[in-house]
Write a protein that binds this ligand. Structure first.
Ligand code: MN
Length: 205
């Protein structure tokens, strides 16, 4: 199935005019471990888009305050439309007036492992999303450890750090590590030079 034929991407494709936006429209599943990406996105309001590769698409949430390393903190995560795989390497400027208009940087990226269990058995990730609870172990450059994604109602979920060895209320990568893991640029630097768009279909090394 090509991305354009994948019904999970219908909403993504319908929202965008690809003659205007530099955003990607396709991509292939990872050959090895599934990927995750967190994109800092200065749209009407700044937020962090957290995306988990599940069965060849990026299942996505917009997290206004970004991920926390503190188990005691619950971050609102609003489910958004599934994105195509190539979006994991997208950094640049979406033109004003277009859907999601504003600047995007790849704030963190890496691989993830599904840890969602039910009655002692591992639950497949697509089923976990459908049931409203995903436990994801993230291995990024900034984020490490497990997070729970818990649906509260309709599109609203919470993203909560699991109380594992990596949890640390003193760590705040959203505050302390603003730069792109792809280009080393800040959101402000990308906004100031929107011509320098970055496209990559590979995760950062
Ligand atoms: Mn966004």
């Amino acid at each position: 199935m090509t991305p354009a034929d994948d019904p999970r991407l219908d909403r993504y494709l319908a929202k965008r005019n690809f003659t205007v936006t530099p955003e990607p429209s396709g991509g292939s599943p990872s050959e090895a471990l599934p990927r995750f990406v967190v994109q800092q996105h200065a749209a009407r309001r700044l937020h962090y888009d957290v995306r988990l590769e599940i069965d060849g698409v990026l299942v996505s949430w917009a997290v206004p305050k970004g991920p926390s390393m503190d188990h005691a903190v619950r971050r609102l995560a609003v489910r958004t439309e599934d994105h195509p795989m190539d979006y994991a390497g997208f950094e640049g400027a979406i033109p004003k007036g277009e859907y999601g208009g504003g600047t995007v940087v790849v704030w963190d990226a890496g691989v993830w492992h599904n840890l969602t269990e039910s009655k002692g058995r591992l639950k497949p990730p697509a089923e976990a999303v459908a049931r409203g609870h995903v436990r994801a172990w993230l291995e990024g450059e900034k984020l490490l450890g497990a997070w729970d994604f818990v649906r509260t109602d309709d599109r609203n979920w919470l993203m909560i750090k699991v109380a594992d060895a990596a949890a640390d209320p003193e760590l705040d990568p959203v505050r302390d590590e603003p730069r792109s893991v792809l280009s080393g640029r800040t959101l402000e630097e990308v906004a100031a030079d929107p011509g320098a768009e970055w496209h990559s279909d590979r995760p950062p090394s």
